[in-house]
Design a protein around this ligand. Sequence first.
Ligand SMILES: *[C@@H]1O[C@H](CO)[C@@H](O)[C@H](O)[C@H]1NC(C)=O
Length: 343
Amino acid sequence: MQVQRILVLLYFFLLFPANIIGLWWAVGSPLVMDPNSICRKSRRLAGKQREICRKEIEIVEEVANGAKIALAECQFQFRHRKWNCTTAKRSLDRVIRQDTRESAFVYGITAAGVVYSVTEACNMGHLLQCTCDNHVQDITTDGEWEWGGCGDNVEYGYKKSKEFMDARKKKRRGDLTTRIQLHNNDAGRLTVKNHMRTECKCHGLSGSCTLKTCWRKMPIFRHVGIILKQKFDGAIQVQSSNDGKRLETVIDTLKPPAKADIVYSEKSPLFCKRNRKIGSLGTKGRECVPDSMGVGGCDLLCCQRGYSTHKMTIRDNCKCRFIWCCDVRCETCMREKTIYRCL
Ligand SMILES: *[C@@H]1O[C@H](CO)[C@@H](O)[C@H](O)[C@H]1NC(C)=O
């Protein structure tokens, strides 16, 4: 009985992002992610999460939204790969249970999504506890312009993402899996924070730039996805140091991974065949590009099993004309399209 309880606790604990993502399927529509269900589950979670659920349910709403944009970005970045960040049942939850690069990416992008979503909410005035950032930044302006306007309060988003996503029971902080997850959460958050850009506006008569004010803005989330995907490609394999207190790089045990690196400890499965245990759906039936050597090419995606060819007829709008005023009329054309799928 006791053991079972601990296992359940552990499960919810380590897999918190999976829980959110899990809810995402459960509700059926990506547009409905209910913070109340997150909080019902998080009652079994760490103290800090419970506190946020009790006192700041509106933050949980942003957590849910952050997980949603993260998942969409994950699916975009991995759309041509064998593992495509699918939310199919019994896949993602298993994938993130391992300490592979794929799991690392999911943790990173989810934590980044939460930073993004909370910060955006501050900026829009949706949260009472924060506003946009109107501090003077410590970047020199050379006297040519001034800090002003409504900057993105990324520090607040960072803090809330950390509080909510990193909450664990202290005891678990020591083990390798937890250490790796916390590291990747932070790498994701830093990807937002370290890539802030400066946006400016000119004021003055008829567009003259006699006065220019600038503010700090987050990168667009697609950019965050691209950077994290690059980090995934260059992910660093780590192990626990001898004293168990930190992560060290497997190939160079003197060098700890950089804070913003994506780290993993287990080699990824091939994801070629269906394997329930590791959450692999296999690539059978995936659409691929023949004669392409790269990612998404049939050779690689189909794991050398070959592919089938289907001819399809597609109805399309064509020969569209603009009719004064204001209408567009199109004809319907049939178009042949060939689709290739992995065997
Ligand atoms: C992801 O891959 C699975 C099978 O591997 C496939 O069923 C699914 O349609 C793919 N999803 C996307 C968005 O391409």
